[in-house]
Design a protein around this ligand. Sequence first.
Ligand SMILES: *Cc1c(COP(=O)(O)O)cnc(C)c1O
Length: 467
Amino acid sequence: MSTLQEKMYSELEQKEIFKQALDNGLAYLETIFNRNVYPSEEALLNLTQFDEELSVDSTNPKDVIDQLHQYGSPATTATLGGRYFGFVASSVTPIGIAAKNLATFWDQAPAMHVLSPIGCKLESVVEKWLVDLFNLPKDTCAGFVSGTSTANLCGLAAARYHILKKNNWDINEKGLRNAPEIRIITGKHAHSTVVKAISILGLGKENIEWVDVDDQGRINTELVPELDQNTILILQAGNVNSGAFDNFEQLCKKAKKAGTWVHIDGAFGLWAAATEKLNYLTQRMELADSWAVDAHKTLNTPYDSGIILCANRAALVSALHMSGSYIIHSEQRDGMLYTPEMSRRARVIELWATLKYLGKKGIDELVYTLHQRARLFTDKISVVDGFYVENDVVFNQVIVRCETDTLTESTLKRIQELRDCWLGGSAWFGRKVMRVSFCSWATTEEDVDIAIRSFQKALAIELAVTD
Ligand SMILES: *Cc1c(COP(=O)(O)O)cnc(C)c1O
């Protein structure tokens, strides 16, 4: 054995570093719910501890984990807790952490069934569960990717393949040069990752036919141009600012009639479909052709976990698989047929564990509670002088502003500095706004109160400064 091998075998045998890492993780858990939500100034300064040349000699493994815990743990954002309202970042379920810990030892890559029987088995099980939960067409297939950015890319790649194939044009063989034209229609509030996917796919941002939206950011159905068979219509379940949903009932029906491919970006909003009191928001979305959704947002699984769901299995597989034809490698499911990557981590393990742990009722309760917290926050902030809620809070996103753009910006900065909670800014119909996203299972009514007090305190300080 080489010296390094001996060292590593002995680390495996002694298990000390695993215990150390677990102890550190558990210590982290103890403090994270009461800690400042954003890292302290000191913690941020201490990040310079990582500015070092790669050492020539091997480092003691205990020191490696120590450094991570001592300087890394304090420099995390407390997304695990209940008062991180930034972006659409969720917490993580305890079962998700636990399953991920076990899976860490497995280190599986579900590219092919022979490479990871358990990984591929869970992917085929979860595929069925998701199709059932979201009430999608029976043959809908799922690809387990890093997030909705990639899921959007995959859905649109399937659409591109399918439309060109109908025109006797094999994109995989011929590429885009001289290819028949594909039209793309989407709303002016489409997520930036949708636009990015369009550019990566060579479809061209300039070619997008943008549709005006209403005051909630929903596509104005009356303004949608004539649809046809060579068109991709991109809709959204959950506007990233307002949480609003496009009118799938009208738009999907219309598209279906015209033979138009509909892709739905449902990164966080698609979960409304699995929630009894909120599924009115996603009525008839099952008429679409592809859906992108994250598990690491609304469902609170560990990062990273996104899913592309596609009703046209052949189109998705042909678009993502090198050979361009619909080949089944084994009797069982080979995960790589449904994703752009060959090797990737078996993120489905934590997704499976979270779904199994929650059950349909638990999923419903988790998602509906996010909505209830958003409603509670809205009710409370609306009666505080100086704050205005700018959207209809139909899901989990709340848009708040102050009297002027300047005051909104400085108050937001102050809230961030207070560190009792954390949220980011955005623009909403030309105005600066604060965006409060309720996406953590851990958010309690008390967390909402703490956030409200922080908003009040921040505004009071800013008003005193300007006086
Ligand atoms: C978050 C989000 C995305 C991007 O998803 P990632 O998981 O971050 O890649 C796309 N669309 C919407 C509406 C989102 O909220």
